[in-house]
Design a protein around this ligand. Sequence first.
Ligand code: CA
Length: 715
Amino acid sequence: MKKVVVLAKVWVGVFLLSQLVYAELSTEQLDLVQKTLQESRSPKVFKKGYLVKFKDADRPYSVNEVLKKTGTPISMSPLSMDMMIKDLRSNPDVEYIEPNYYIEKLFPRQDYFKLIKDVDGLSQALSKARETDYSKEPRIKIAGKIPSELEIGDSFILNASRSYTLDDSEMTYRWVVSSSTEPASRTVSQTPVLSYKPKQRGTHRFTLTVSNDSFPDSGDMGGLKDLLKLIGGLQQRIYSEISFNVHVSEFETRIVADSEDPAIIYAQLGDVVQLNASLSRPHPKFVKRGILDHLWSIPDFGFFNLAAPYSQFRKFESTPYLPYVEFVPDALGGYVVMDQIRDEFGASQTAQVVVDVTKNENYKKLAYDANLSDELRESLYQHKIIKTFEAWKAADGMKKSQVVVAVIDTGVNFNHPDLNSNIWTNEKEAQGKTGVDDDSNGYVDDIHGWDFVHNDNSPFDDGHHGTHVAGIIGAVLENGGVVGVAPNVKIMPVKGLYGYGSGELLHLIDGIYYAADNGAHIINASWGGRMEELAESKALKEAILYAQNKGVLFVAASGNETLNNDQLPMMPASYDCDAIISVAATTASDDLAMFSNSGAQSVDVAAPGETIISTISWNPAEVSYESMSGTSMATPIVAGVAAFIKSLKPEITYKELKDIVLNSGDELRSLAGVTLTGRRVNLLKAVEALKQKMPHVQPKVEEKKPEVSASLVVM
Ligand code: CA
């Protein structure tokens, strides 16, 4: 089975649309809209625990690991954790302590898409605003007492009909409610009067919006409202808003699986997941019969939901109203299972649990009956631009050594038939004993890399990003499907990111040390974070320097925010390390991609990164491909170029390699002054540049058949 999802056409439409919208805005407004888009696209960084580096240690460890090593019990209150950190700070053996950052949205494609859509709405709102004279904002006056605490059965009435506006225009009213158990807001009244009797327990949030014109208000206004607020106070002149919370006493809800009570339940494909909410208890004040009804569901959050998007399972077949359900997950992802629990008053409350289907022992053994066609090859425009096949031909007959590229990412779908034979193997472990750390590298049975998120030997991709990146670098040549820039290299899967695209610094740092210690020549880092604290992270920088000292080249994405990294550095791409190449993205017409970051000092080189088709992983039972855009996609093209060159001259240093990759490409007008080199990589020119440095090498036919041959490809 083959599934091809081509988003290219959609993207082109979106870009045109956004340009149209921008033409409607003044320069100041445009700046503000751009800024908002950038901020919402920027990775967000939070603290999650701490990293401790002892002076005699080779690298930092998490505080939990330190506690484990010293035999201290780990279940600590936040207070005792604070004291522990204080102690460590004053410990003379400690070199430094820094937060373990959790970086959200390392490749925020979906949000980008969504906000562009909002800009379309913004254009309409602006046109409407121009035709209307808004002189005064409405003033809200509410009669009636706003309750703070309620019980089920209580009701209240509020009246806002004495609200007024000074310009005598017609007023419209909208009462909206959301609650802690039903977060999606819904309109409950479009008159000045709200009469409400809560059926849901939990905290209810009421918002009244009073407009002096029929402002195009809808439930999907979040981002648009913010943009309007930014571009010149339109919002204040259009409507006023008031919000308050009402608390309705709750009962206890609880979903358990296997008599444990975690927020996340881990399962594998093929498992029968049994969920049990029978430990939920009615509110003590309202127990008559003590019976609760249960309504189980897996809500569909729409196209942009990351939760198991390829799953067909959306409905429970089990008897309704019972506190038990079971289901068999049919695709990878996080299944958000909800149980709407009702008491005898009809008052309801929702409990939820995430069933995380990411650990797939079954799929380690999965064999595909894949018969891939060549049709996708035509759409791989990046190879035409960087002259991949001509480069292979130019290197025909040259000896090719094995080069290992570590993909530190969401993991890799190592069963994908377009990747499987190019996955790195740790031979000592492959031929060693199960359950034994045969190569004494600290990781048991790490035959094909390591998963630092779940701390096990199965770095399977429970997202899609890492698999996409891996295919761009090294998808298999001979079997149809897509093909990578350097299909003669080995991909080392290192899972350092959660499947949904966020990551913890510690897992990424662990991944860098692992890659450097286990033979990676090149690291691909299609991720990054932006924050002053991160810029000063000794731990991350030291890890990259550690890899650099082992001769590893570190290729990093410059980011997708249309920002100048010279002013706002992106980590790790902007670190001042010799081994780092920071990559911008170009389009099929060799323009800088609209989303790509740039930087005359801090962004080195560019590669195609818009609508690149490659392998994905969503449903490991299917052989799938998808088109994606981002500097995340440009980065592996550069890593692939570097890997191919390295395979021709394995003794080349990372500095020489970087020099060739950076300075052999095509100079583009679109990149002049916005990147250090002004160049987009070109594999053919890189091969020629390498040959000039190796005048003694004459192409000769090896006894062994070359692994890569351009003649196999018909383009
Ligand atoms: Ca090992």
